[in-house]
Design a protein. Structure first.
Length: 356
């Protein structure tokens, strides 16, 4: 079975007009691909007719409040998905042409006489020959987002449309992890597994950087003795970091990254990008990753033996969230219970204003 998020198999096959359809041309739009056993049979005729009747609803979707769990990310919009609906069967292009004409079909019909495409999508029964009625929703990148194997025609088109609506809604919303991330301070001292920490660092390491210079460097501190020494170099306001089972020192230097002639040095920017991805990954894994600037740089650098020319850009407190925040100061409790504070978009965003 094809897995969710998997890149859908590519194909190049003839449609009922004898034109070659290259699946790579579908990239950029949502696509519904469905496999049916045989043109003109009652079930397949019904399926193709129903998909044809709903084509316009698939290609232009009204999405409202995609994420009603959060007022911050709710929205209402009309999305031109441009969704194509492609029916694939082992029939010949000529048979499919007659099938379209007789039933006024509007979906794309593709001939797969050798069942190559069906095999690639695992839409074959155990005998390796009969078609297993199946449907897939592919996203704009051509990734499988939802699949149905062993489809029953009744009610199916409605469930696929509902599936597409849900996927497009989720895709249009602000990314769930970005929306949920906060600089939380109620961190549990519960120890973290090193492989989890490694995955979080890997997410950071997959960030983009100028010329792929990868300027970021991380030291993960998870041993009590060293943590206790580092705690002595935190200001009073960052008392909450002492609970964290892991502190990550993030450092870099100018020479690690692009330095352009006009004075732009990219090491801070690129390391910052990596830390942003780290926070997103940690949020997804149910962990707090809170970067700070409040620490004595010299004290930390000496203890961690970070060379003089390096900048300790940030220290990240990492750990499981704690439901009970009573150990936090009243001010910190309040900040975390309030909604996210941000300037109005108009203060940080303007659109091009070109005038002759
Ligand atoms: C570079 C940097 C330094 C920060 N330093 C501290 C700090 O020393 N102590 C602290 O409690 N929070 C610190 N924060 C957290 C910010 O205060 C927090 O990100 C900001 O208020 C926005 O809130 P939010 O992240 O919950 O959206 C820092 C964040 C960044 C990115």
């Amino acid at each position: 079975m094809l897995k969710r998020w998997e890149q859908a198999p590519v194909f190049k096959e003839l449609n009922d007009r004898g034109e070659e359809i290259d699946s790579r041309d579908l990239i950029g739009s949502y696509t519904v691909v469905y496999f049916y056993p045989k043109a003109f049979t009652p079930g397949c005729t019904k399926e193709c007719t129903l998909f044809s009747a709903e084509l316009d609803h698939f290609s232009s979707l009204e999405i409202a409040e995609a994420d009603s769990s959060s007022a911050e990310t709710g929205f209402e919009t009309l999305v031109e998905t441009g969704a194509r609906i492609i029916g694939i069967s082992p029939d010949s292009p000529e048979t499919l042409a007659r099938f379209r004409q007789k039933h006024g079909l509007r979906v794309e019909l593709i001939a797969d006489p050798q069942r190559k495409v069906a095999a690639a999508y695992h839409a074959l029964k155990e005998n390796g020959k009969s078609i297993l009625r199946s449907t897939f929703i592919l996203d704009r990148w051509g990734r499988v987002r939802k699949s149905w194997y062993g489809v029953k025609v009744n009610g199916h088109v409605e469930e696929v449309l509902a599936g597409l609506r849900e996927i497009v809604g989720a895709d249009q919303a602000i990314n769930q992890q970005i929306a949920y991330r906060r600089a939380r301070r109620a961190i549990s001292p519960r120890t973290l597994k090193r492989d989890e920490v490694k995955r979080i660092i890997t997410a950071a390491h997959w960030s983009s950087s100028c010329f792929n210079n990868q300027p970021w460097r991380f030291i993960v501190v998870d041993q009590q003795v060293m943590l206790a020494k580092l705690h002595q170099h935190l200001p009073a306001g960052n008392y909450w970091m002492k609970e964290a089972p892991v502190l990550i020192a993030v450092y870099s230097k100018v020479k690690n990254d692009c330095s352009l002639k006009d004075g732009r040095d990219y090491y801070l920017f690129d390391t910052g990008q990596a830390v942003a991805l780290l926070q997103v990954q940690a949020t997804q894994m149910g962990l707090i990753a809170h970067p700070v600037a409040g620490y004595d740089q010299q004290g930390f650098k000496e203890l961690l033996q970070i060379p003089e020319e390096e900048h300790l850009i940030t220290v990240i407190a990492l750990g499981y969230p704690l439901g009970n925040d009573v150990f936090l100061s009243e001010q910190h409790q309040q900040v975390e219970r309030e909604p996210r504070q941000r300037k109005e978009l108009g203060q940080i965003l303007s659109w091009n204003q070109y005038q002759e």
